[in-house]
Design a protein around this ligand. Structure first.
Ligand SMILES: *Cc1c(COP(=O)(O)O)cnc(C)c1O
Length: 495
Protein backbone atom coordinates (compact mmCIF):
# COMPACT_ATOMS: atom_id res chain seq x y z
CA UNK A 1 0.00 0.00 0.00
CA UNK A 2 1.24 3.48 -0.81
CA UNK A 3 2.05 5.55 2.26
CA UNK A 4 2.02 9.22 1.13
CA UNK A 5 4.10 10.59 4.04
CA UNK A 6 7.41 9.08 2.98
CA UNK A 7 7.95 11.27 -0.09
CA UNK A 8 7.58 14.51 1.90
CA UNK A 9 9.81 13.38 4.72
CA UNK A 10 13.03 13.36 2.74
CA UNK A 11 12.83 17.05 1.97
CA UNK A 12 11.63 18.03 5.43
CA UNK A 13 14.34 16.07 7.16
CA UNK A 14 16.99 17.99 5.25
CA UNK A 15 15.46 21.26 6.44
CA UNK A 16 14.87 20.08 10.00
CA UNK A 17 18.49 19.02 10.28
CA UNK A 18 19.53 22.67 10.17
CA UNK A 19 18.67 22.73 13.90
CA UNK A 20 21.61 20.43 14.54
CA UNK A 21 25.04 22.04 14.63
CA UNK A 22 28.31 20.70 13.27
CA UNK A 23 31.52 20.55 15.28
CA UNK A 24 32.88 23.36 13.05
CA UNK A 25 29.91 25.63 13.72
CA UNK A 26 30.11 24.98 17.44
CA UNK A 27 33.83 25.74 17.45
CA UNK A 28 33.22 29.05 15.66
CA UNK A 29 30.36 30.02 17.97
CA UNK A 30 32.32 29.07 21.09
CA UNK A 31 35.22 31.19 19.92
CA UNK A 32 33.01 34.18 19.17
CA UNK A 33 31.18 33.84 22.48
CA UNK A 34 34.43 33.49 24.37
CA UNK A 35 35.86 36.65 22.82
CA UNK A 36 32.64 38.45 23.54
CA UNK A 37 32.60 37.37 27.19
CA UNK A 38 36.24 38.39 27.66
CA UNK A 39 35.53 41.84 26.19
CA UNK A 40 32.46 42.14 28.42
CA UNK A 41 34.30 41.23 31.60
CA UNK A 42 37.18 43.52 30.68
CA UNK A 43 34.85 46.43 29.97
CA UNK A 44 32.58 45.92 32.96
CA UNK A 45 34.62 47.80 35.61
CA UNK A 46 34.85 50.80 33.27
CA UNK A 47 31.15 51.12 32.50
CA UNK A 48 28.68 52.97 34.73
CA UNK A 49 26.76 50.54 36.94
CA UNK A 50 23.58 51.85 35.41
CA UNK A 51 23.13 53.24 31.90
CA UNK A 52 19.87 54.56 30.66
CA UNK A 53 19.38 55.16 26.96
CA UNK A 54 15.92 53.87 26.31
CA UNK A 55 16.32 54.24 22.54
CA UNK A 56 19.37 51.95 22.54
CA UNK A 57 17.55 49.23 24.45
CA UNK A 58 14.56 49.61 22.12
CA UNK A 59 16.62 48.26 19.25
CA UNK A 60 15.76 44.79 20.53
CA UNK A 61 12.21 45.48 19.51
CA UNK A 62 12.96 46.88 16.06
CA UNK A 63 15.32 43.97 15.37
CA UNK A 64 12.27 41.72 15.68
CA UNK A 65 12.23 37.98 15.11
CA UNK A 66 14.45 36.75 12.29
CA UNK A 67 12.87 34.71 9.53
CA UNK A 68 16.25 33.47 8.33
CA UNK A 69 19.20 32.74 10.58
CA UNK A 70 21.48 35.69 11.43
CA UNK A 71 25.24 35.84 12.02
CA UNK A 72 26.29 35.36 15.65
CA UNK A 73 28.72 38.30 15.46
CA UNK A 74 25.86 40.64 14.49
CA UNK A 75 23.70 39.22 17.24
CA UNK A 76 26.44 39.67 19.85
CA UNK A 77 26.98 43.26 18.73
CA UNK A 78 23.25 43.88 19.15
CA UNK A 79 23.31 42.38 22.64
CA UNK A 80 26.24 44.57 23.57
CA UNK A 81 24.45 47.75 22.49
CA UNK A 82 21.12 46.88 24.04
CA UNK A 83 21.25 44.26 26.75
CA UNK A 84 24.74 44.57 28.15
CA UNK A 85 25.09 48.36 28.28
CA UNK A 86 21.57 49.41 29.30
CA UNK A 87 19.88 49.29 32.67
CA UNK A 88 21.49 48.07 35.88
CA UNK A 89 24.53 45.82 35.77
CA UNK A 90 24.14 43.27 38.58
CA UNK A 91 27.37 41.69 37.32
CA UNK A 92 29.35 44.81 38.28
CA UNK A 93 31.35 44.98 41.51
CA UNK A 94 30.08 48.54 41.95
CA UNK A 95 26.56 47.20 42.36
CA UNK A 96 25.87 47.91 46.02
CA UNK A 97 22.11 48.33 45.78
CA UNK A 98 19.03 46.25 46.65
CA UNK A 99 20.49 42.78 47.29
CA UNK A 100 23.46 42.00 45.04
CA UNK A 101 24.84 38.57 44.18
CA UNK A 102 26.89 38.75 41.04
CA UNK A 103 26.89 35.62 38.93
CA UNK A 104 30.14 33.68 39.38
CA UNK A 105 31.31 32.46 36.00
CA UNK A 106 31.02 28.69 36.62
CA UNK A 107 27.28 29.09 37.24
CA UNK A 108 27.05 30.03 33.54
CA UNK A 109 29.06 26.92 32.65
CA UNK A 110 26.73 24.84 34.79
CA UNK A 111 23.77 26.21 32.85
CA UNK A 112 25.51 25.43 29.58
CA UNK A 113 26.12 21.81 30.55
CA UNK A 114 22.61 21.44 31.95
CA UNK A 115 21.10 22.76 28.75
CA UNK A 116 23.27 20.72 26.37
CA UNK A 117 22.31 17.50 28.14
CA UNK A 118 18.79 18.81 28.80
CA UNK A 119 18.68 16.48 31.80
CA UNK A 120 15.25 16.00 33.26
CA UNK A 121 15.58 16.83 36.94
CA UNK A 122 11.93 16.44 37.94
CA UNK A 123 11.98 12.75 38.79
CA UNK A 124 14.78 10.53 40.04
CA UNK A 125 13.81 8.12 37.27
CA UNK A 126 14.64 10.76 34.64
CA UNK A 127 18.07 11.66 35.96
CA UNK A 128 19.18 9.97 39.18
CA UNK A 129 22.36 12.04 39.37
CA UNK A 130 20.58 15.35 38.78
CA UNK A 131 18.10 14.62 41.57
CA UNK A 132 20.84 13.36 43.89
CA UNK A 133 22.86 16.49 43.16
CA UNK A 134 19.96 18.80 44.03
CA UNK A 135 19.15 16.82 47.17
CA UNK A 136 22.81 16.94 48.17
CA UNK A 137 22.84 20.75 47.84
CA UNK A 138 19.65 21.03 49.89
CA UNK A 139 21.13 18.81 52.58
CA UNK A 140 24.36 20.83 52.60
CA UNK A 141 22.46 24.07 53.21
CA UNK A 142 20.19 22.43 55.79
CA UNK A 143 23.17 21.11 57.71
CA UNK A 144 25.23 24.28 57.82
CA UNK A 145 22.12 26.04 59.11
CA UNK A 146 21.82 23.38 61.82
CA UNK A 147 18.79 21.41 60.62
CA UNK A 148 18.70 17.65 60.80
CA UNK A 149 19.68 16.92 57.21
CA UNK A 150 17.90 13.56 57.14
CA UNK A 151 14.52 14.91 58.24
CA UNK A 152 14.50 18.00 56.04
CA UNK A 153 13.33 18.23 52.46
CA UNK A 154 13.61 21.14 50.12
CA UNK A 155 13.47 22.36 46.61
CA UNK A 156 15.60 24.47 44.32
CA UNK A 157 13.34 27.18 42.95
CA UNK A 158 13.63 30.11 40.58
CA UNK A 159 14.14 32.47 43.52
CA UNK A 160 13.05 33.46 47.00
CA UNK A 161 9.55 34.48 45.96
CA UNK A 162 8.73 31.09 44.52
CA UNK A 163 10.35 29.42 47.53
CA UNK A 164 8.02 31.43 49.80
CA UNK A 165 5.05 30.31 47.78
CA UNK A 166 5.96 26.67 48.38
CA UNK A 167 6.55 27.35 52.08
CA UNK A 168 3.21 29.12 52.59
CA UNK A 169 1.26 26.47 50.74
CA UNK A 170 2.97 23.79 52.84
CA UNK A 171 2.27 25.69 56.08
CA UNK A 172 -1.41 25.88 55.30
CA UNK A 173 -1.64 22.16 54.45
CA UNK A 174 0.49 20.94 57.35
CA UNK A 175 -1.40 23.13 59.83
CA UNK A 176 -4.66 21.95 58.27
CA UNK A 177 -5.99 25.46 57.92
CA UNK A 178 -9.38 25.13 56.26
CA UNK A 179 -10.87 27.98 54.22
CA UNK A 180 -13.79 28.31 56.65
CA UNK A 181 -11.36 28.99 59.53
CA UNK A 182 -9.14 31.39 57.67
CA UNK A 183 -10.64 34.53 59.19
CA UNK A 184 -9.63 33.23 62.63
CA UNK A 185 -6.03 32.40 61.70
CA UNK A 186 -3.45 34.97 62.75
CA UNK A 187 -0.17 35.78 60.95
CA UNK A 188 2.54 37.64 62.89
CA UNK A 189 5.35 39.68 61.35
CA UNK A 190 7.28 42.90 61.85
CA UNK A 191 7.53 45.96 59.63
CA UNK A 192 10.76 44.42 58.31
CA UNK A 193 9.23 41.34 56.71
CA UNK A 194 9.87 41.14 52.99
CA UNK A 195 6.90 42.13 50.85
CA UNK A 196 7.16 38.86 48.89
CA UNK A 197 6.39 36.83 52.05
CA UNK A 198 3.07 38.67 52.33
CA UNK A 199 2.56 38.44 48.58
CA UNK A 200 2.99 34.68 48.67
CA UNK A 201 0.28 34.42 51.34
CA UNK A 202 -1.98 36.35 49.01
CA UNK A 203 -1.10 34.13 46.06
CA UNK A 204 -1.88 30.93 47.96
CA UNK A 205 -5.22 32.42 48.97
CA UNK A 206 -4.50 33.33 52.58
CA UNK A 207 -5.18 37.06 52.47
CA UNK A 208 -8.23 36.73 54.70
CA UNK A 209 -6.12 35.78 57.69
CA UNK A 210 -5.72 38.29 60.51
CA UNK A 211 -2.37 40.09 60.16
CA UNK A 212 -0.58 41.45 63.25
CA UNK A 213 2.35 43.80 62.90
CA UNK A 214 4.65 43.21 65.87
CA UNK A 215 6.86 46.11 67.04
CA UNK A 216 10.63 46.05 66.50
CA UNK A 217 13.50 47.04 68.81
CA UNK A 218 16.08 49.76 68.10
CA UNK A 219 17.93 47.42 65.73
CA UNK A 220 14.72 46.65 63.81
CA UNK A 221 14.47 43.12 65.16
CA UNK A 222 11.04 41.74 65.92
CA UNK A 223 10.25 42.07 69.62
CA UNK A 224 9.76 38.59 71.09
CA UNK A 225 7.98 39.82 74.26
CA UNK A 226 5.52 41.79 72.13
CA UNK A 227 4.96 38.71 69.98
CA UNK A 228 4.16 36.59 72.99
CA UNK A 229 1.78 39.20 74.36
CA UNK A 230 -0.08 39.47 71.08
CA UNK A 231 -0.38 35.69 70.69
CA UNK A 232 -1.83 35.39 74.19
CA UNK A 233 -4.29 38.19 73.56
CA UNK A 234 -5.37 36.57 70.29
CA UNK A 235 -5.82 33.19 71.93
CA UNK A 236 -7.98 34.72 74.60
CA UNK A 237 -10.03 36.45 71.95
CA UNK A 238 -10.79 33.06 70.37
CA UNK A 239 -8.52 33.50 67.37
CA UNK A 240 -6.09 30.85 66.11
CA UNK A 241 -2.44 31.95 66.13
CA UNK A 242 -1.14 30.32 62.95
CA UNK A 243 2.07 31.62 61.48
CA UNK A 244 5.12 33.69 62.44
CA UNK A 245 7.07 35.27 59.57
CA UNK A 246 10.55 36.32 60.59
CA UNK A 247 13.81 37.35 58.95
CA UNK A 248 17.39 36.17 59.11
CA UNK A 249 18.59 39.33 57.42
CA UNK A 250 15.84 41.76 56.43
CA UNK A 251 16.28 43.48 53.10
CA UNK A 252 15.83 47.02 54.37
CA UNK A 253 18.38 46.99 57.19
CA UNK A 254 19.76 43.44 57.31
CA UNK A 255 18.18 42.80 60.72
CA UNK A 256 18.16 39.27 62.14
CA UNK A 257 15.13 38.61 64.32
CA UNK A 258 15.66 36.87 67.72
CA UNK A 259 15.15 33.44 66.21
CA UNK A 260 15.79 31.39 69.36
CA UNK A 261 13.18 33.37 71.32
CA UNK A 262 10.71 33.14 68.46
CA UNK A 263 11.30 29.38 68.16
CA UNK A 264 10.58 29.02 71.88
CA UNK A 265 7.30 30.91 71.46
CA UNK A 266 6.20 28.98 68.39
CA UNK A 267 6.77 25.70 70.22
CA UNK A 268 4.85 26.84 73.29
CA UNK A 269 1.85 28.06 71.36
CA UNK A 270 1.99 25.66 68.42
CA UNK A 271 2.51 28.02 65.48
CA UNK A 272 4.32 27.56 62.18
CA UNK A 273 7.61 29.46 62.07
CA UNK A 274 8.80 30.64 58.67
CA UNK A 275 12.23 32.22 58.36
CA UNK A 276 13.05 34.43 55.41
CA UNK A 277 16.80 33.96 55.00
CA UNK A 278 16.73 34.79 51.28
CA UNK A 279 19.33 37.51 51.75
CA UNK A 280 21.13 36.50 54.94
CA UNK A 281 21.09 32.71 54.93
CA UNK A 282 24.53 32.02 53.49
CA UNK A 283 26.16 34.08 56.24
CA UNK A 284 25.28 31.00 58.29
CA UNK A 285 28.44 29.50 56.78
CA UNK A 286 30.45 31.81 59.07
CA UNK A 287 31.25 30.71 62.60
CA UNK A 288 30.85 34.26 63.92
CA UNK A 289 27.28 34.52 62.59
CA UNK A 290 26.13 31.15 63.97
CA UNK A 291 25.19 32.55 67.43
CA UNK A 292 23.06 35.23 65.74
CA UNK A 293 21.23 32.53 63.77
CA UNK A 294 20.60 30.31 66.79
CA UNK A 295 17.04 28.97 66.63
CA UNK A 296 16.93 29.03 62.83
CA UNK A 297 17.10 25.21 62.84
CA UNK A 298 13.74 25.11 64.62
CA UNK A 299 12.01 26.83 61.73
CA UNK A 300 9.24 24.85 60.09
CA UNK A 301 10.06 26.43 56.74
CA UNK A 302 12.88 28.59 55.50
CA UNK A 303 13.91 30.25 52.26
CA UNK A 304 17.44 31.08 51.15
CA UNK A 305 18.70 32.50 47.85
CA UNK A 306 21.82 31.00 46.28
CA UNK A 307 21.55 33.81 43.72
CA UNK A 308 22.33 36.23 46.53
CA UNK A 309 24.65 34.83 49.19
CA UNK A 310 26.28 32.23 46.98
CA UNK A 311 26.83 34.73 44.15
CA UNK A 312 25.41 32.47 41.47
CA UNK A 313 23.51 34.00 38.57
CA UNK A 314 19.93 35.14 39.09
CA UNK A 315 17.35 32.40 38.95
CA UNK A 316 18.00 30.14 41.93
CA UNK A 317 16.32 30.12 45.33
CA UNK A 318 15.73 27.35 47.82
CA UNK A 319 13.04 26.33 50.27
CA UNK A 320 13.62 24.02 53.22
CA UNK A 321 10.85 22.36 55.23
CA UNK A 322 11.75 20.79 58.58
CA UNK A 323 9.84 17.55 57.99
CA UNK A 324 9.94 16.03 54.54
CA UNK A 325 6.42 14.53 54.95
CA UNK A 326 4.93 18.04 55.10
CA UNK A 327 6.45 19.06 51.79
CA UNK A 328 5.64 15.73 50.22
CA UNK A 329 2.02 15.66 51.36
CA UNK A 330 1.46 19.20 50.12
CA UNK A 331 2.75 18.49 46.60
CA UNK A 332 2.66 14.85 45.55
CA UNK A 333 0.39 14.10 42.63
CA UNK A 334 0.37 11.41 40.01
CA UNK A 335 -1.01 10.48 36.60
CA UNK A 336 -1.66 7.35 34.58
CA UNK A 337 0.90 8.28 31.98
CA UNK A 338 3.54 8.42 34.73
CA UNK A 339 2.97 4.81 35.76
CA UNK A 340 6.46 3.73 34.63
CA UNK A 341 8.16 6.36 36.76
CA UNK A 342 9.52 4.60 39.80
CA UNK A 343 10.87 6.62 42.72
CA UNK A 344 13.23 5.08 45.26
CA UNK A 345 12.57 5.42 48.98
CA UNK A 346 15.72 7.29 49.83
CA UNK A 347 15.77 10.05 47.21
CA UNK A 348 12.78 12.35 46.94
CA UNK A 349 12.05 13.83 43.53
CA UNK A 350 11.63 17.58 43.00
CA UNK A 351 8.34 17.02 41.14
CA UNK A 352 6.90 15.54 44.35
CA UNK A 353 8.01 18.53 46.42
CA UNK A 354 7.01 21.55 44.37
CA UNK A 355 4.40 22.71 41.87
CA UNK A 356 6.82 22.12 38.98
CA UNK A 357 6.84 19.02 36.79
CA UNK A 358 9.35 19.87 34.06
CA UNK A 359 11.94 22.22 35.46
CA UNK A 360 15.28 23.85 34.90
CA UNK A 361 18.05 21.64 36.24
CA UNK A 362 19.17 24.34 38.68
CA UNK A 363 21.45 22.14 40.68
CA UNK A 364 24.34 22.20 38.24
CA UNK A 365 24.67 26.03 38.26
CA UNK A 366 25.12 25.84 42.05
CA UNK A 367 27.08 22.61 42.30
CA UNK A 368 29.73 23.42 39.70
CA UNK A 369 30.96 26.65 41.35
CA UNK A 370 31.11 24.83 44.69
CA UNK A 371 33.19 22.04 43.18
CA UNK A 372 35.53 24.36 41.26
CA UNK A 373 36.13 26.90 44.04
CA UNK A 374 35.44 24.83 47.16
CA UNK A 375 33.18 25.83 50.04
CA UNK A 376 36.01 27.70 51.75
CA UNK A 377 36.22 30.30 48.96
CA UNK A 378 32.60 31.23 49.60
CA UNK A 379 33.15 31.54 53.34
CA UNK A 380 36.07 33.89 52.78
CA UNK A 381 34.15 36.04 50.33
CA UNK A 382 31.20 36.29 52.73
CA UNK A 383 33.53 37.24 55.56
CA UNK A 384 34.99 39.99 53.38
CA UNK A 385 31.49 41.38 52.65
CA UNK A 386 30.68 41.44 56.35
CA UNK A 387 33.86 43.35 57.14
CA UNK A 388 33.36 45.76 54.24
CA UNK A 389 29.97 46.71 55.69
CA UNK A 390 31.48 47.20 59.15
CA UNK A 391 34.39 49.24 57.78
CA UNK A 392 31.94 51.44 55.91
CA UNK A 393 29.81 51.90 59.02
CA UNK A 394 32.80 53.12 61.06
CA UNK A 395 34.05 55.41 58.27
CA UNK A 396 30.79 57.25 57.71
CA UNK A 397 29.93 57.31 61.37
CA UNK A 398 32.69 59.89 61.84
CA UNK A 399 31.51 62.19 59.03
CA UNK A 400 29.86 65.03 60.97
CA UNK A 401 26.95 65.54 58.57
CA UNK A 402 26.05 61.86 58.37
CA UNK A 403 23.77 59.89 60.63
CA UNK A 404 24.03 56.10 60.46
CA UNK A 405 21.36 53.45 61.03
CA UNK A 406 21.86 50.49 63.36
CA UNK A 407 25.22 48.69 63.41
CA UNK A 408 24.87 46.06 60.69
CA UNK A 409 23.88 42.53 61.78
CA UNK A 410 25.05 41.44 58.33
CA UNK A 411 26.09 43.51 55.29
CA UNK A 412 23.45 46.23 54.89
CA UNK A 413 24.17 49.74 56.22
CA UNK A 414 21.69 52.62 56.34
CA UNK A 415 22.74 56.24 56.48
CA UNK A 416 21.57 59.75 55.70
CA UNK A 417 22.46 63.38 55.94
CA UNK A 418 21.46 64.82 59.27
CA UNK A 419 18.45 67.03 59.00
CA UNK A 420 19.56 70.60 59.60
CA UNK A 421 17.48 73.60 58.81
CA UNK A 422 16.55 72.12 55.44
CA UNK A 423 14.18 69.24 54.81
CA UNK A 424 16.15 66.01 55.07
CA UNK A 425 14.66 64.16 52.18
CA UNK A 426 15.46 66.48 49.24
CA UNK A 427 19.06 66.72 50.49
CA UNK A 428 19.32 62.95 50.74
CA UNK A 429 17.80 62.49 47.33
CA UNK A 430 20.44 64.88 46.02
CA UNK A 431 23.18 62.85 47.69
CA UNK A 432 21.79 59.67 46.14
CA UNK A 433 21.72 61.29 42.69
CA UNK A 434 25.28 62.55 43.18
CA UNK A 435 26.49 59.03 43.97
CA UNK A 436 24.56 57.43 41.14
CA UNK A 437 25.75 60.05 38.64
CA UNK A 438 29.36 59.10 39.36
CA UNK A 439 28.55 55.69 37.92
CA UNK A 440 31.32 53.68 39.53
CA UNK A 441 29.14 52.50 42.39
CA UNK A 442 25.40 52.26 42.65
CA UNK A 443 23.35 52.30 45.84
CA UNK A 444 19.62 52.54 46.44
CA UNK A 445 17.41 54.13 49.07
CA UNK A 446 14.61 53.09 51.38
CA UNK A 447 12.18 54.46 53.92
CA UNK A 448 12.53 53.63 57.58
CA UNK A 449 9.85 54.90 59.96
CA UNK A 450 8.91 57.29 57.19
CA UNK A 451 12.44 58.71 56.93
CA UNK A 452 14.44 58.62 53.69
CA UNK A 453 17.63 56.59 54.05
CA UNK A 454 20.43 55.69 51.69
CA UNK A 455 21.38 52.10 51.78
CA UNK A 456 24.57 50.17 51.13
CA UNK A 457 24.23 46.43 50.53
CA UNK A 458 27.48 44.51 50.06
CA UNK A 459 26.97 41.02 48.71
CA UNK A 460 28.66 40.88 45.34
CA UNK A 461 31.63 38.61 44.87
CA UNK A 462 33.27 41.38 42.78
CA UNK A 463 32.74 44.12 45.41
CA UNK A 464 35.90 44.92 47.30
CA UNK A 465 37.51 47.70 49.32
CA UNK A 466 37.99 49.87 46.22
CA UNK A 467 34.23 50.07 45.68
CA UNK A 468 33.18 50.73 49.25
CA UNK A 469 35.99 53.23 49.84
CA UNK A 470 35.04 55.04 46.65
CA UNK A 471 31.53 55.37 48.02
CA UNK A 472 32.93 56.88 51.21
CA UNK A 473 34.92 59.37 49.12
CA UNK A 474 31.81 60.37 47.25
CA UNK A 475 29.88 60.92 50.47
CA UNK A 476 32.74 62.99 51.88
CA UNK A 477 32.92 65.03 48.70
CA UNK A 478 29.20 65.70 48.77
CA UNK A 479 29.05 66.71 52.39
CA UNK A 480 31.77 69.23 51.54
CA UNK A 481 33.75 68.05 54.49
CA UNK A 482 36.88 67.81 52.41
CA UNK A 483 36.33 71.02 50.41
CA UNK A 484 36.53 71.33 46.66
CA UNK A 485 40.22 70.38 46.46
CA UNK A 486 39.42 66.84 47.48
CA UNK A 487 36.64 66.58 44.97
CA UNK A 488 39.08 67.04 42.11
CA UNK A 489 40.99 64.06 43.49
CA UNK A 490 38.11 61.83 42.65
CA UNK A 491 38.78 59.46 39.80
CA UNK A 492 37.67 60.52 36.36
CA UNK A 493 34.00 60.12 35.65
CA UNK A 494 33.15 56.96 33.76
CA UNK A 495 31.88 57.19 30.24
C1 LIG B 1 15.37 38.94 47.69
C2 LIG B 1 14.54 38.65 48.85
C3 LIG B 1 13.33 37.95 48.74
C4 LIG B 1 12.74 37.60 47.41
O1 LIG B 1 13.52 36.70 46.71
P1 LIG B 1 13.65 36.71 45.11
O2 LIG B 1 14.76 35.74 44.89
O3 LIG B 1 13.97 38.10 44.69
O4 LIG B 1 12.35 36.24 44.57
C5 LIG B 1 12.65 37.63 49.88
N1 LIG B 1 13.13 37.99 51.09
C6 LIG B 1 14.28 38.65 51.25
C7 LIG B 1 14.75 38.99 52.62
C8 LIG B 1 15.02 39.01 50.13
O5 LIG B 1 16.17 39.68 50.29
Amino acid sequence: MHNPWRSQLEKLEKQARSLETTPETRATWFQQIQQHIEAYLEGLPHWPVREDQAEAAAEIKSWGIATQGQELTDILALLHRTLERQGLKPSSGGYLAYIPGGGVFPSALGDLLAAVGNHYAGFFYGSPAAVRMENLLIKWVAEFLGFDGEAVAGNLTSGGSYASLIAMHTAREAMDLQPKDQHLAVVYHSSQIHHTALKSLRVVGLSNCVFRKIPVDAAYRLSAPALRQQIEADQQAGLRPFLILCSAGSTDVGAVDPLADIAQIKEEYGLWMHVDAAYGGFFGLLAEIKPLFKGIEKADSLIIDPHKGMFIALGTGMVLVRKKEWLLQAHTSTANYLQDVISPEDELSPADLSPELSKHFRGLRMWLPLQLFGEQAFRQALQEKLFLARWFYEEINIIPDIEVGPFPDLSVVLFRLKPRDTEANPANEALLKFIQADGRVWISSTLLDGGFYLRLAVLHFRSHFEHVSHLVELIRAFTGQTASAKQSNLPQKLT
